[in-house]
Design a binder for this molecule. Structure first.
Ligand SMILES: Cc1cc2nc3c(=O)[nH]c(=O)nc-3n(C[C@H](O)[C@H](O)[C@H](O)COP(=O)(O)O)c2cc1C
Length: 440
């Protein structure tokens, strides 16, 4: 492909270069995939109000994430089996993130181990934890993350029971894996992928293999892992995790205001408003639908991160404008990795995010009481030097307003006819002007 201009281009390349079973594993969602679709569709319903002739000559995406400087309000989310999208995939994705100046999160279910990545990169990365029944193993995993100097622990709280992904079953991505002639032929027609994976350090779950007794071969290891997700996990276990992990803690997979309130009481520094990219509870709301009310409720107590459906820089702006401090991407960079390894992640999956928002930052404006176009009053989209314009706590009821006012997917109204209330009438223009003076 001569010109790669968007994530869909990367997705197509990924599809061509990686065996179907692994491409589908990354691409698809659970059950009917309603929530997977809603993540993107609901983001796209949010329209920007375009204003003009505001000085936007001084713009930056630089911000802080959990107190650390970050080149962009963007984080590479934990994605399992990256090493099966590209040999040593976790290492390449981490290097791409670090070169771009943003955090990378390693999944518990990665192919490279924590130690493999730590030995291959210069800076700390984040580690994502799935809590399993074998608490001795989990304790040792957290200790390994401490020893590897991981700078944050992302505790995933929405996967006690794994959502069924129909396509994985059809493809034989089961435990144990099913082999078929068509699968072998598919592998044989992807020689570059095969050679990359064969040259990679591992072809198994690097964090688990060798650390759990009786799981020497891949089938046993997969069976052990599948049986280990702990259905009894509850809020009190977070105290136990905090007694072992001394650093920054992020709870990932919050989709409800009441859970967000409970999360704020755990001592965690941040939450990720997420439905696991539509891979878990199908029929759950899109992440963007619930984001504003969660920001309203706990935005002053916790740092709010967001993921689900982000495919453009505009999507990042949408989430930031609704109160997220930063965004995670999953599939967008997995496609980049499958399409072109480290360069695929670096050049495209992160650079699009870098290029789109500044181009559009000028769309921010003050509210226009005289406006007759009933477009979505979505003004706080400036990205000043210190980050995005913060949503004022308690002033934005977008999500509720959005659906009460009939902008939901089932509404007969056009999405463009929604007035979002006073929420984002908060001085985006002032922030833009301030930002041009370096105040932000
Ligand atoms: C292939 C794949 C594997 C994933 N594996 C994990 C995982 O191991 N741990 C985790 O917390 N989330 C995992 N997720 C969820 C992502 O961290 C993230 O929440 C999701 O991808 C965001 O949606 P997006 O893909 O639309 O950006 C995975 C997502 C995908 C697509």
């Amino acid at each position: 492909m001569k010109h790669i201009t968007c994530i869909e281009d990367l997705r197509q390349l990924h599809k061509r270069r990686v065996p179907k079973a692994f491409f589908d594993y990354a691409d698809r969602g659970s059950y009917t995939e309603d929530t997977l679709r809603a993540n993107s569709e609901d983001l796209q319903q949010i329209k920007f109000r375009q204003r003009i002739l505001v000085d936007v000559s001084k713009r930056t995406l630089a911000t802080t994430i959990l107190g650390e400087p970050s080149a962009m309000p963007l984080i590479l989310a934990p994605v399992g089996l990256l090493g099966m999208q590209h040999g040593d995939g976790e290492i390449y994705a981490c290097r791409a993130a670090q070169a771009a100046g943003i955090p990378f999160t390693q999944s518990t279910m990665s192919i490279c181990s924590i130690e493999d990545i730590a030995a291959a990169v210069d800076k700390p990365f984040w580690f994502q934890l799935y809590v399993m029944k074998d608490r001795g193993f989990i304790k040792s995993l957290i200790e390994r993350a401490i020893a590897a100097k991981c700078s944050a622990l992302v505790l995933t709280v929405d996967l006690q029971v794994i959502g069924q992904r129909h396509q994985d079953i059809k493809n034989g991505m089961t435990v144990p894996p099913e082999w078929s002639l068509s699968k072998l032929i598919d592998f044989a027609t992807k020689p570059a992928w095969v050679s990359g994976v064969l040259q990679g350090k591992r072809r198994t779950f690097g964090n688990i293999a060798g650390h759990v007794k009786g799981t020497e071969d891949l089938t046993k290891l997969s069976e052990w892992t599948a049986s280990q997700f702990d259905t009894s996990l509850s809020w009190k276990d977070i105290d136990w995790i905090r007694s072992i992990w001394p650093g920054k803690l992020i709870l990932k997979g919050i989709l409800d205001v009441e859970d967000a309130e409970l999360a704020a009481k755990t001592g965690a520094q941040a939450i990720v408003v997420s439905n696991h990219g539509g891979r878990q509870l199908d029929g759950a709301p899109s992440s963007i639908e619930v984001l504003p009310e969660i920001v309203d409720e706990v935005g002053s107590k916790l740092e709010i991160m967001f993921d689900g459906g982000i495919r453009t820089g505009m999507d990042i702006m949408r989430a930031l404008a609704l109160g997220a401090k930063s965004c995670m991407i999953g599939r967008a960079y997995a496609y980049g990795l499958g399409a072109g390894g480290q360069e695929g992640v670096a050049k495209h999956s992160t650079s699009w995010a870098r290029s789109s928002p500044p181009r559009w930052a000028c769309a921010a404006s003050t509210p226009s009481p005289r406006s007759t176009t009933r477009c979505w009053r979505f003004e706080a989209i400036a990205i000043p030097p210190t980050g995005v314009v913060p949503a004022k706590a308690g002033t934005h009821n977008h999500s509720r307003a959005r659906f009460e006012h009939g902008c939901g997917p089932n509404s007969s109204q056009q999405s463009s006819s929604v007035v979002m209330g006073p929420c984002f009438r908060t001085s985006a223009c002032t922030h833009l002007l301030e930002s041009s003076q370096g105040l932000g």
